[in-house]
Design a protein around this ligand. Structure first.
Ligand SMILES: [Zn+2]
Ligand SMILES: [Zn+2]
Length: 419
């Protein structure tokens, strides 16, 4: 207690000298980073000490079923982290030089985990042969550099996977998505090397022009947009645009036939008030005896769920290919009613005329573009050449959901207006 008080007084003394707030903030930052470094060192030390504890199954003597439970309960460690720490402990028990390096503060737990993965891939004998060099690779470099060095070593030791490993990696492939309440979502995936290479190639895009009207998208944003474009392209069904058995598809650069872009045939289920753009009012959804008919409140993609009205308006904008099912407050009014069609001839005419996205500064070619109604159909905009324009998915989204506008001037040229 007494020595703690001394330290506190000394710190207060130091801080009193740093009268200016900026200097105080700088000092706090320095202290914070040294605390973090100290925390890493303590974690390394703890793992090194757990090695001996683990060898005698100390967790059983302490009354815990597993070493992880011991860490979680006594060390207040999160479950995931306990699993990881215990993996490193087990690894260090078999490779004591790594444990020594942890104890001496030469490497952190993250370094040891990188080594554990490498050892798992190349095998214990090859690992132990080179372990001193691998530990030395951590000297004076960031963790990321160390991980790259170890990865290079791993790759050189085991440039190819065995047939079984390739198969196992392929078996572990997965893709999961979770939707949020507003219809957006997030996802996770895992692919084998071939699948990953194919995906990376497919998601490859060039950067947006630096002089674009809107700020250039990040690489992650461009990849996300590209993924949606690919999904749209995959969802477009057959060559319904031309209904012509002799269709030969498109000549390069010619917007005709099978390559002519149509969007997805996503089924939309929507109630009439939403379709007509009315404000949401529960009274529009009551049965004759005044009870709310919750089942009649619909504005959703059949395969996904509810989506905001503005998102639906973007679908309806180029909806010749999207099936629309309307349902009224009490009864389903209509099945499989397609929205008014943009005829194949009209679509082709617009594609030929515009050639690329008409948003100012964009040059995405016609085959990745939606046909956008400049004046929305819901506000009486006709489906004719004058009221249609090609826009790429990104800019179509900016128009319908980001407040941007595209309008045709009297001279026929298009004007892009920011929100
Ligand atoms: Zn549109
Ligand atoms: Zn565009």
């Amino acid at each position: 207690m007494a020595s703690g008080g001394v330290v506190e007084r000394e710190q207060q003394g130091v801080r009193a000298d740093l009268a200016r707030p900026a200097q105080r903030a700088l000092a706090a930052g320095l202290e914070a980073t040294s605390l973090l470094a100290e925390a890493e060192r303590l974690r390394a030390l703890a793992v090194a000490q757990l090695v001996d504890f683990d060898l005698i199954d100390g967790h059983i003597a302490e009354g815990y079923a597993t070493p992880e439970r011991h860490l979680i309960h006594r060390g207040n460690v999160a479950t995931k982290e306990a699993t990881r720490l215990q993996r490193v402990v087990t690894f260090c028990a078999q490779h004591t030089l790594v444990a020594d390096a942890l104890e001496a503060g030469e490497i952190t737990v993250d370094h040891a985990d990188v080594l554990r993965t490498a050892c798992h891939v190349v095998g214990a004998d090859a690992f132990d042969n080179d372990v001193l060099d691998l530990l030395a690779a951590a000297d004076h470099v960031e963790l990321a550099v160390f991980a790259r060095r170890v990865e290079a070593w791993t790759w050189r030791k085991r440039p190819s996977q065995t047939g079984d490993e390739v198969e196992a990696t392929f078996e572990q492939r997965s893709l999961t998505t979770q939707r949020d309440v507003f219809g957006g979502g997030r996802g996770q995936f895992q692919l084998d090397a071939a699948g990953m290479a194919s995906l990376e190639l497919a998601l490859d895009t060039t950067p947006d022009p630096a002089d674009s009207l809107v700020p250039p998208r990040t690489l992650a944003q461009r990849k996300a947009d590209r993924l949606v474009e690919l999904a749209d392209f995959a969802n477009s069904d057959g060559c319904s645009d031309c209904d012509d058995d002799r269709c030969e598809g498109a000549a390069v650069g010619e917007p005709t036939g099978a390559r002519a872009r149509r969007g997805a045939s996503v089924d939309v289920v929507i109630d009439l008030p939403t379709l007509f753009g009315d404000d949401f009012d529960l009274d529009d959804h009551r049965t004759g005896d005044g009870v709310v008919d919750w089942a009649s409140i619909r504005s959703e993609l059949s395969s996904w769920g509810h989506v905001p009205k503005r998102v639906l308006s973007q679908f309806f904008c180029d909806a010749s290919y999207r099936q629309l099912i309307t349902s009224g407050p009490r009864v389903v009014l209509d099945y499989n009613v397609a929205t008014p069609d943009i005829s194949p001839a009209l679509r082709r005419a617009v594609q030929r005329r515009d050639r690329c996205c008409q948003f100012d500064g964009c040059d995405r070619s016609w085959d990745w573009c939606d046909v956008h109604h400049l004046v929305p159909k819901g506000r009486g905009g006709p489906t004719n050449e004058q009221n249609l324009a090609l826009v790429c998915r990104f800019h179509h989204t900016l128009i319908h959901q980001g407040g941007w506008q595209l309008t045709r001037r009297p001279d026929g040229r298009l004007l892009t207006t920011s929100p």
